[in-house]
Write a new protein. Structure first.
Length: 78
């Protein structure tokens, strides 16, 4: 079974191969690998990026939704 570890510093895929006696052992190992990879990605990058994403989202929302709505709401009724 092939386990994918993402890319290294040079941009090349990192993969490691393992063999198992039973299909059940292979599925269990694969699921554990997926959990470890998800936890590693979230703990390293997501915290840093979530602040950036929410700040940029807030800026774009203010520019595209809030500002036009404020101008519309401030306009006198005909």
């Amino acid at each position: 079974m092939c386990f994918d570890y993402g890319v290294d510093r040079e941009g090349k895929r990192v993969r490691k191969y393992r063999t198992f006696d039973t299909k059940r052992d292979a599925i269990r190992a694969f699921n554990e690998h997926k959990v470890k990879m998800d936890r590693g990605r979230r703990s390293c990058r997501a915290k840093k990026n979530s602040r950036t994403l929410s700040a940029s989202y807030r800026k774009s929302w203010n520019r595209t939704v809030r500002a036009p709505w404020a101008a519309f709401a401030a306009a006198p009724c005909p």
